[in-house]
Write a protein that binds this ligand. Structure first.
Ligand code: TMP
Ligand code: ASP
Length: 237
């Protein structure tokens, strides 16, 4: 499948048209951004690591019945994906309080949550991706109906159950993650975008060492080493 014209460039990926109008090529970039892109960086090889990690996780989720946009991996940094209409809601699922949750609500960093928390953020860079509730989603027509919101929450929780136990077996705590969904031409809701250490938080089970983009956000160094460690543990077993 040939890479055609550039359709869209995001912070972490580029999307290209293909000769099939229903398929796109997704290219994982080495760029890193944080805090509404106020902090920018680049880590050679990061795109390839995220492409591999995301491919593995999408295959895992497919195996458990979650429908995704992934068709196949083309090479180190490219995936062939189904063209979908992205629902502009970032679905964040949290098991442990940290990051913006700890800060916004004054919950002690590292507190294990009494239940899995699902949050919605409006995917809008200009507004800084603000947190929104169900009614805001309906007000802004981000989804067709309340049942779509229930489906997004259900999918977020199901993905969490599958990934949490997968990573626990690999001595990683799945602290929280962000997922995005798209609607295909038949109206199916497909898991889209990526799942990688750019979009998840992973803490080592024993030491709580951060093995995700917080290394970049917080200037802890060894970003690529951490991502390589996550891939290594995914491939172990
Ligand atoms: P937060 O604590 O900064 O709100 O992040 C929650 C989770 O969502 C964390 O795993 C990182 C991920 N995330 C993204 O993937 N993209 C984003 O733009 C933000 C803000 C968070
Ligand atoms: N919100 C950040 C950005 O705009 C991403 C992040 O912190 O994960 O790049």
């Amino acid at each position: 499948m040939n890479k055609g014209a550039l359709l869209y460039e995001g912070k972490g990926k580029k999307l290209f048209l293909t000769e099939d109008e229903n398929l796109l090529v997704s290219e994982f970039k080495d760029d890193l951004t944080a805090f509404n892109a106020e902090k920018k960086g680049n880590e050679a090889g990061k795109g390839a690591l995220n492409c591999k990690i995301s491919t593995q996780l999408f295959h895992l989720l497919e195996k458990h019945g979650i429908q995704t946009h992934l068709v196949k991996t083309l090479d180190d940094t490219h995936q062939l994906i189904k063209k979908v209409k992205i629902i502009p809601i970032e679905v964040v699922v949290r098991n442990i309080a940290t990051g913006s949750l700890a800060k916004r609500l004054g919950i002690k960093d590292g507190t294990v949550l009494p239940f899995t928390l699902v949050e919605f953020y409006y995917k809008d860079d200009a507004l800084g991706d603000p947190i929104i509730n169900d009614e805001h989603c309906l007000l802004l027509n981000l989804v067709k109906s309340e049942s779509d919101l229930e489906e997004l929450k259900r999918l977020g929780r199901e993905i969490n159950v599958i990934m949490k136990s997968f990573f626990a077996e690999r001595k990683l705590k799945l602290v929280d993650f962000k997922v995005e969904f798209g609607v295909d031409t038949e109206g199916n809701i497909l898991l889209s975008d990526e799942i990688s250490p750019d979009s998840c938080r992973f803490w080592d089970m024993d030491t709580n060492e951060k093995l995700d983009k917080d290394r970049f956000r917080q200037g802890l160094g060894d970003v690529k080493v951490a991502y390589e460690e996550v891939l290594k543990r995914i491939l172990a077993h």
